[in-house]
Design a protein around this ligand. Structure first.
Ligand SMILES: [Zn+2]
Length: 110
């Protein structure tokens, strides 16, 4: 029996770090991004069976980046059935933003 051989190079992908989807900061220490970062998804059921396609995933490095990202995330999901961001209903996210906004004005930041 003679073998027919082929040399094959296999490329594998592994996570060596994470990048914040808001500010672009990179972190290669798993302990840091596991403890301090938030990995969340958003989605809705507005497109019937295709709703799986409406699910997006994000990494953010801080609560500050999460808040900064919220207005855009709300805009993309608002008005759809069962819309949620990081498992919070869209209307709840709006409340959260308002609250953060009012806290900001209390401490006198521009
Ligand atoms: Zn960030």
């Amino acid at each position: 029996m003679s073998k027919i051989t082929e040399l094959k190079q296999i490329t594998t992908e592994r996570t060596v770090g994470k990048k914040c989807d808001q500010c672009g900061r990179e972190e290669r220490d798993p302990k840091k991004y596991e403890d301090d970062w938030l990995y969340f998804s958003e989605g809705h059921n507005g497109w019937g069976n295709d709703s799986i396609e409406s699910r997006h995933y994000y990494d953010v490095c801080s609560a500050k980046c999460f808040i900064a990202m919220l207005p855009e995330r709300i805009k993309d999901n608002d008005g759809y059935l069962d819309a949620e961001i990081a498992e919070m209903p869209v209307n709840f996210c709006k409340q959260l933003l308002e609250l953060v906004g009012s806290q900001r004005s209390k401490v006198g930041k521009p």
